[in-house]
Write a protein that binds this ligand. Structure first.
Ligand code: MTE
Ligand code: MO
Length: 384
């Protein structure tokens, strides 16, 4: 593996692993902008960043259970209707470091910023599949295709030097409302190398691992993808399962993200000059479920107040108007509080299906350290 031609990165990123490059912004940077600037967007890689230098010759091959296979060039993708979808991407390993503090887990450590919200520009996968002969809202092709596999250009050690890959059900891929994109733009600019140039998949509402970067081929297959990251990783196990008794085949690959909420205006431990503090952060759920409520406590969870929520920065607040909100995107929440000399601040969200977050990280502990969506807690002391 060759890490000599990695792209430049912003110096303020906290590097959690160098090769492959895994980094996140300071948590405070996340709440400065509803749309996360590309340079502050977390970077999660499993191998060196591939280089595609001849965009004219770059193509995605589509094959499998569809009759004739096809080559799609960028000009074919560009010709399809272009959609801009605001979607939050979150790594399943977000907040892993906090989970590992209760009991060791395997995986790259992440604070609370393995998440970002971007406006992805590209073609809908449903339109791409229609172009190759699979109609909208198809759950199975005549030859038994039920899943869409995305295979990348990059090479990673988990696949023994093979490419990163993942799949989603065909019914989701062919549903235009699911907004699955083959994206060539991020925040109005050409996708950069770190985030998948020239073309990546974006699966809104689903853990980041399924949004395959540097797309090389699409396969229509009968069973879900058998790759490492679908079958031997990114599955949710109960706390009793350890590396000696794990049976991977007993669990399904994680898809939708559960409801999540994090305070970004405060670090884990803070000393402030006076007791008036701003509690601000993000809340997001998977599967297109919106955020119904964010509760904040300044007494460790004994009493709660409801924070205000908004999506667009400035005046364009959304509260309960679903028609105006970005369904795949996070909301910011904010409240102010006057605290005594010391306080434990807690935040938790409720999504539109009334799903709630677990109170304690121990209850969702799992050996891979994924999906830490436990109540987020920070400590504040008033000092002089
Ligand atoms: N796609 C490829 N080809 N290789 C990868 O290592 N990592 C996945 C996903 N797609 C990955 C990939 C994971 S685990 C996440 S969380 C997201 O990409 C991260 O996307 P980002 O780096 O654009 O933030
Ligand atoms: Mo991830």
């Amino acid at each position: 593996s060759d890490y000599s031609r990695e792209p430049p990165r912003h110096p303020s990123l906290q590097i959690n692993a160098k090769e492959p490059f895994n980094a996140e912004p300071p948590r405070s940077a996340l709440i400065t902008s509803y749309v996360t600037p590309v340079e502050y967007f977390y970077k999660r890689n499993h191998g060196p960043i591939p280089i595609v230098d001849d965009i004219e010759r770059y193509s995605v091959s589509v094959s499998g259970l569809i009759g004739n296979s096809k080559e799609l060039f960028m000009k074919d993708i560009w010709r399809l209707p272009k959609y801009n979808v605001a979607a939050t991407l979150q790594c399943a390993g977000n907040r892993r470091t906090a989970m590992s503090k209760t009991r060791t887990v395997k995986g790259v450590g992440w604070d609370v910023a393995a998440i970002g919200n971007a406006v992805w520009g590209g073609a809908k996968l449903a339109d791409v599949l229609e172009l190759i002969g699979i109609p909208k809202y198809t759950s199975s092709t005549p030859s038994g295709g039920k899943h869409v596999e995305f295979v990348s250009i990059d090479k990673c050690k988990e696949e023994n030097g093979g490419p990163y890959k993942a799949s989603i059900p065909l019914i989701q891929a062919t549903n235009p409302e699911a907004d699955v994109l083959l994206a060539y733009e991020m925040n109005g600019e050409t996708l950069n190398r770190d985030h998948g140039y020239p073309l990546r998949v974006v699966v809104p509402g689903v853990i980041g691992a399924r949004s395959v970067k540097w797309l090389e081929s699409i396969n229509i297959i009968s069973e879900e993808c058998q790759g490492f990251f679908m079958q031997k990783d990114y599955k949710m196990f109960p706390p009793r399962v350890n590396w000696d008794n794990i049976n991977w085949s007993t669990r399904r690959p994680q898809m939708d993200f559960p409801v999540q909420c994090v305070i970004c205006s405060l670090e884990d431990v803070n000393v402030v000059k006076n007791g008036k503090i701003t509690i601000k952060g993000y809340a997001v759920s998977g599967g297109g479920r919106g955020i119904e409520r964010v509760d904040v406590s300044v007494d460790g969870g004994k009493t709660w107040v409801e924070a205000s929520r908004f999506q667009k920065s400035g005046s364009e607040y959304i509260a309960d108007d679903d028609s105006k909100s970005d369904k795949w995107a996070w909301v910011f929440f904010e409240t102010e509080a006057e605290i005594p000399w010391s306080a434990e601040i807690v935040a938790k969200a409720v999504d539109s299906a009334a799903n709630v977050q677990p109170e304690n990280v121990e209850d969702v502990w799992n050996l891979r350290g994924i999906l830490n969506t436990s109540w987020h807690r920070v400590h504040v002391q008033v000092g002089h």
